[in-house]
Design a binder for this molecule. Structure first.
Ligand SMILES: *Cc1c(COP(=O)(O)O)cnc(C)c1O
Length: 353
């Protein structure tokens, strides 16, 4: 994993260990919205700097915030690639709409993002598994304490070089299902990437960590029976004759990796179903021996195999040492396209030129 993947020299010296989202490139994208001035103002690429913000800005009081997460990859031939980036900005607009925030012009933002990446391209690590993490966000900046949709917003995009999610090889993760807390309910904001969803999830994550589990498996908020998603990943369950994942019914995040996994698995001939799977069904299948793998999908780790799964006092043991077979195959397929090692059969790669 530590091999240098292209001939072009890396001009910026990056730290050997890149902690996720700890260092940032020298520039950022910035665009302000002001309803009184007719909407979005000129987009700008500026030096990376601290923001000056009014203490009454709506984001600080009512959580008026949305974000996205995607990556730029340095491909084996030196090209810079994005993976289905228009999907991220479509989802950004979906989150914006739900939170009464203004939508953005996707073509404009994507072309500005490419300019920004080009400007800071020396910060894209040249090593396999490394990438430049891209974080678009929007906040409500109107300085008023009244609770109502705002009229002033700021959109930013910041960039952070990141290392591989599994620097020491592919290690499956232990997860813990909880019925003590819920993440999101249908018709709420569970399908939006908005800060509040994550703030609400941290206590459950902390308690899971205290028990030796790295992520929380969320169950549906109404019956607390059906599998929803895990931390910042969608969840797939591989039974003997079927691969199942929760349907997009409003409470889970519609992952772009999830969508890509479904497409690839169907093309590989698997029976993929978007349906509800209860925690009882999962434990029954484990007992009968028809549960083969459980894995998560998301931009940060791409694919994560689950080593063991706990609910109340019961534990299912899965891939204790190595990734599950199909999880590993999916990881190589998706990262293969991202790093330009295999053909982009779906037209998912968008080059930054
Ligand atoms: C971002 C995210 C995902 C994964 O989405 P991708 O588009 O695949 O990165 C899944 N669940 C939650 C809660 C998320 O925030």
């Amino acid at each position: 994993m530590e091999t240098t993947i292209n001939k072009r020299e890396q001009k910026v010296t990056l730290p050997e260990k890149l902690e996720f989202g700890r260092i940032f490139t020298p520039h950022m994208f910035e665009m302000d919205y002001d309803a009184e001035l007719g909407g979005w103002l000129e987009p700008k690429i500026t030096d990376f700097r601290d923001l000056v913000i009014h203490p009454a800005a709506m984001v600080l009081h009512y959580g008026l915030e949305i974000f996205e997460g995607l990556k730029a990859y340095r491909q084996v031939n030196g090209n810079i690639a994005l993976f289905r980036p228009e999907k991220n900005f479509e989802r950004f607009n979906h989150s914006a709409k739900r939170l009464s925030m203004p939508e953005v012009d996707i073509d404009l933002v994507l072309s500005e993002l490419k300019k920004l990446i080009k400007l800071d391209e020396d910060w894209i690590p040249h090593r396999d598994g490394y990438s430049l993490y891209i974080r678009p966000l929007m906040i409500g900046t109107e300085p008023v304490l009244g609770v109502r949709p705002g009229s002033k917003f700021k959109m930013l995009i910041i960039l952070s070089p990141v290392g591989p999610y599994y620097p020491e090889g592919f290690k499956p993760i232990p997860i813990m299902a909880t019925d003590k807390y819920v993440r999101a309910v249908r018709k709420g904001v569970g399908e939006c990437k908005t800060g509040g969803n994550y703030a609400a999830s941290l206590l459950a994550q902390k308690e899971a960590r205290e028990q030796g589990y790295s992520q929380v498996l969320w169950l549906d908020a109404i019956e607390q029976r059906y599998l929803e998603e895990v931390g910042t990943m969608n969840l797939f369950v591989r039974f003997k004759d079927e691969i199942a994942t929760a349907p997009l019914a409003g409470s889970i995040l519609p992952g772009i990796t999830r969508d890509s996994v479904i497409r690839i698995l169907k093309d590989w001939g698997y029976n993929v179903q978007e349906r509800r799977v209860s925690i009882d069904e999962l434990f029954d299948a484990a007992k009968e021996g028809s549960l083969l793998e459980v894995f998560g999908s998301g931009t940060a780790a791409v694919i994560s195999s689950v080593s063991r799964l706990k609910f109340h006092d019961d534990i299912i043991h899965l891939a204790e040492k190595d990734f599950g077979e199909l999880a590993m195959k999916l990881y190589h397929e998706i990262t293969g396209m991202q790093y330009g090692k295999i053909e982009d059969r779906y037209g998912w790669i968008d080059l930054v030129e």
